[in-house]
Design a protein around this ligand. Structure first.
Ligand code: ADP
Ligand code: MG
Length: 302
């Protein structure tokens, strides 16, 4: 096969591992920097060019689109879709997953467990917003935050009000969420491919910190997940329309709660913590879909 890897940097761990997996399984590959692509959009022959080269002949494209380039990255991906090329996650599902509000709305529609969550832009009544999610302590999040930045634990009503007012002053959209204390500063990252969780790790925050992000000093370890957690992770990826996804769960007294669903989950943490060759499993998944026109049509039409 000829596989395009939409990535801005061939030296990133995840990109390198996908390259290695392509090579090991005998596939041709090309690293495509979406921002450097330019496209011809027309009804007879749409095309994508990169440095003067017409990007043709691909069997599949693996999108690894960073949060900062979602808009243009998805446009390039859409162009590949218009050419009839199989994309591991399609552009609609990726843009959907990048919008935290839309994601949680979709998950709630499918009855998937999540922390009680309020959304607001300029709440006229902060007290009511807080009581809507069950009162303090609450976690307040900037809608566009990543890597734990913009996620604040407010233990008292006064603290919560001040943080909400401060974010309002910045004209930011925010999420106010029930604090899942019993998660103990840990979350579970489930790596989903197709309809299976193929690897899972537990991320534990540093002592005195509630955010388990590895970028915030959290540590990752192998974890055995329950059948209910497995089912929830697969259902969450499916609700988002993602075929490869990182689903983050909090372990709560009322079962697994989905915090977020990532459409370009990193490979470094999960491969290191579990010792699994996740990159090869992604390539294997592509081989299966591309070689079976029937699954391919079904997957594309979801
Ligand atoms: P980001 O997109 O920046 O990673 P998250 O929503 O994943 O933001 O939050 C970062 C971390 O904070 C999570 O990994 C988790 O450890 C912790 N956290 C987030 N929301 C809650 C919550 N409602 N209850 C308990 N811990 C939470
Ligand atoms: Mg997170």
């Amino acid at each position: 096969m000829k596989i395009g890897i939409l990535s801005r940097n061939a030296n990133l761990y995840s990109t390198r591992r996908l390259i290695e997996a392509c090579e090991a399984r005998g596939h041709e590959y090309k690293i495509i920097d979406a921002l450097r692509c330019y496209m011809n959009i027309n009804s007879t022959q749409p095309s994508i060019h990169l440095m003067g080269e017409d990007l043709v002949g691909f069997d599949a494209v693996i999108p690894r689109i960073g949060a900062s380039v979602t808009f243009y990255g998805c446009a390039v991906l859409r162009q590949f879709e218009m050419l009839g090329i199989y994309t591991v996650n399609d552009s609609v599902a990726i843009s959907r997953s990048r919008d935290k509000l839309r994601s949680l709305q979709l998950l709630s529609r499918k009855n998937i467990g999540m922390p009680i969550t309020g959304f607001a832009s300029k709440p006229g009544d902060i007290k009511d917003l807080l009581s809507m999610v069950g009162g303090t302590p609450v976690v307040i999040k900037l809608l566009e935050g990543t890597q734990g930045i913009g996620v604040v634990l407010a233990e008292t009503r006064k603290a919560a009000e001040s943080v909400i007012e401060a974010f309002m002053g910045l004209k930011a959209n925010i999420m106010v969420q029930e604090y899942i204390k019993e998660a103990g500063g840990a979350d579970i990252r489930c790596f989903v491919i197709g309809d299976k969780v193929i690897a899972a790790m537990k991320r534990q925050a540093l002592p005195g910190e509630f955010r388990s992000n590895l970028h915030r000093g959290g540590s990752a370890s192998l974890v055995r997940i329950t059948p209910e957690e497995r089912k929830t992770a697969v259902a969450a990826a499916k609700a988002m329309g993602l075929h490869v996804a990182g689903v983050d769960l909090l372990r709560s007294e009322r079962g697994p709660l989905v915090m977020e669903v990532n459409s370009s989950p990193g490979l470094e943490g999960i491969e290191t913590a579990t010792g699994k060759d996740v990159a090869s499993l992604v390539i294997e998944h592509i081989e299966k879909i591309v070689s079976s026109p029937r699954t391919r049509t079904r997957v594309k039409s979801q």
